[in-house]
Design a protein around this ligand. Structure first.
Ligand SMILES: [Zn+2]
Ligand SMILES: [Zn+2]
Ligand SMILES: [Zn+2]
Length: 176
């Protein structure tokens, strides 16, 4: 581990911690996340580490270059073209602009909805949260409202008691 100093207080940085959504960060060793008050005590410096995009065995449908898998700070996943980039100064995309957001997956379950008796499906969000919902449920994009049966049961996520690290309270950063 390279010896790095906190730019705020000069203390050394703590070891890399990984958030439940796969982002990596290093806090200042003088800062402690208080899980009860949901505040950082001491120095609040946080350094986000770049998550290496993963090259996929898929080609961009627009230009034919390989696609890469990226995870945003909020745990959303997307496939984007490796020929695409982001010009921080001009605040605009450069190169190929192909992006495909990865949404959750749906699996059929061998269970019946307690409300209407239709089969349930298991829905896993891109961030890994799971819920059971009724297979008759849907979303009317035009009316912007849910359709069908509204039965939903969120399941406890199986993260091995990942400690609350206050990721959601950290200062925002560019999503790219
Ligand atoms: Zn510090
Ligand atoms: Zn492309
Ligand atoms: Zn139902």
């Amino acid at each position: 581990m390279e010896e790095e100093k906190c730019p705020k207080c000069g203390a050394s940085l703590a070891d890399v911690t990984e958030t439940p959504t796969g982002r990596k960060l290093r806090r200042c060793s003088k800062g402690v996340w208080n899980t009860e008050t949901h505040k950082t005590e001491g120095c609040d410096y946080v350094k986000w580490l770049e998550v290496e995009p993963q090259t996929l065995d898929e080609k961009c449908p627009k230009c034919g270059k390989p696609l890469v898998l990226q995870v945003t700070r909020f745990g959303k996943k997307m496939k984007k073209c490796s020929a695409g980039g982001w010009d921080k100064e001009a605040k605009q995309a450069t190169g190929c602009d192909y992006i495909e957001w990865i949404n959750g997956t749906t699996e059929k379950l061998d269970e019946k909805c307690p409300k209407c008796g239709e089969p349930l499906v298991l829905y896993t969000t891109a961030a890994g949260k799971k819920m059971k919902k009724c297979s008759t449920s849907g979303w009317d994009r035009e009316a912007k409202q849910a359709t069908g049966c509204d039965y939903i049961l969120w399941l406890k996520t199986e993260f091995k008691s990942a400690p609350a690290n206050g990721e959601e309270f950290l200062p925002p950063e560019d999503i790219f």
